[in-house]
Structure formats: C-alpha cells, structure tokens
Design a protein. Structure first.
Ligand SMILES: [Cu+2]
Length: 231
C-alpha cells in the first residue's frame, strides 16, 4: 500500500515536470502561480568556457521547493558537480561575466561571481541536508556520467541563511524572504566543477591550484561551469 502512495506522488512530480518543461503558448496569459505553485525555468549556459549547458525547472510553493530538476550536458565527464541555488539581497541575481575576474587570471572563481549570483541558499545535492552547510560536500552531488546528468529532487525547505545581505538582521535572510525572492525570479542555479586540462580528475597540482573556498579542494572542483536564472 505504501508503495502505491509513493507511486502516486512520483506521478505527481512527473506531471509538474511536464507542466514546467512544456512550452507555454506565447499568447496565453499563463499565471506564474497556479494554486500556489510557482513554476520557474532556467536556461543554463557555460561559464569559464566549460562547454556545459542545460535546463532547470523548479516548482516552488511557499517556503518549499516541491520539485527541482536539472538536465545538464557538456560537463567534465565522470566527475562530481556541486550545484546550488544562489541568491543575495544585494547581488544582481544574474549570471556573471569575466568582467568580474578580479585577479585577472582569466578564470572566474566562485567568490568572484558572488556580486552577480550571490551566496549559496540551497545545496542541490542528491541526499541529506540541503542547506548551505552542505555546499561543498562533493560526495552528495551528482556525477556527470559522460558529461551529463538528469537531477531531480523533491520537497526542499528554504532555510534562514546568514550572509544573504538583508539589512537590519545582521545580513541574515529568513527562509520566507529567500523563498519570496526565488519565487520572484531572483534565484540563480550554478553548477560547479571544471577539469580544465581534461586529465580526468580535479587535481590540486593542476595549474589552477587550490580552491579559494577550501584549501583542501582543487579549484577545478569548485569553479563555476554553468549558470542560469530561475525565472
Ligand atoms: Cu554554487
């Protein structure tokens, strides 16, 4: 009996995907909110000449992401790819350009992109905790078999996130504030991980060296590879 209930829920999620992936007639006034569900989509385009691209959708209701899916291709193959929703009250909430390459090394690292896409508000991993605390737990992010993957996760709750820049609250954004911003089209999906030299692994000894986020991780594991705004 339990299995049947799960199946029904699964079909529900599939229906939501079908709705969000389907092309809406250009002329119709399709309300963003259908019975409280806000459907958002994003076209992911490459950063750092990664060659990656993809599509994402999210169905958000209140402070919950009921379903989120990412279809990515052209990524460094057979490697884990950290992926997040980024958002900041004081960020542009757009994808960055190389103009933000502050140190002029020709690569856009994750921190350099923050003025554009803001800090991490949700970790789009495959199991367990989805808060920003998990943003670099590479063992729980999707692996790009032959450079692509289809990711789907349901029922992610937004949480309060420090550093999202709301004045008067020590920079803390509440779950409600962040959820509203994402529903309003200000969330940015970022996929990380570029094996620049194509030697098959992310290496600390490669020319890019250590990540600016964590000296024990290669920059190849954390540099942004694709980006798109959920609108
Ligand atoms: Cu990210």
């Amino acid at each position: 009996m339990k299995k049947n209930i799960k199946l029904v829920l699964g079909l529900g999620a599939a229906a939501l995907i079908a709705v969000s992936m389907g092309a809406a007639p250009a002329s119709a006034h399709v309300p963003k909110s259908v019975r409280g569900n806000v459907v958002l989509t994003a076209h992911l385009t490459e950063l750092n000449n990664s060659g990656a691209s993809g599509k994402a959708f999210a169905v958000v209701r209140g402070e919950t992401i009921r379903a989120i899916g990412i279809r990515a291709k052209g990524l460094s193959p057979d490697a884990p790819h950290a992926q997040h929703i980024h958002y900041g009250e004081q960020a542009l909430n757009e994808c960055p350009t190389l103009a933000l390459d502050k140190n002029g090394d020709g690569r856009l690292n994750t921190v350099e992109g923050v003025p554009a896409y803001g800090p991490v508000v949700v970790s789009l991993n495959t199991s367990g905790d989805t808060t920003p605390a998990s943003f670099l737990d590479v063992s729980r992010f999707p692996v790009s078999k032959n450079g692509s993957y289809n990711y789907l996760r349901t029922n992610i709750r937004f949480t309060d996130v420090a550093g999202t820049g709301y004045p008067g609250a020590g920079g803390l954004g509440t779950a409600a504030q962040i959820a509203e911003a994402i529903r309003d089209g200000e969330g940015v999906v970022v996929i990380h991980g570029i094996d620049y030299d194509g030697n098959g692994t992310y290496n600390l000894s490669d020319p890019e060296g250590a990540s600016e986020l964590d000296p024990t991780l290669p920059a190849e594991a954390t540099d942004p590879a694709a980006c798109g705004v959920l609108r």
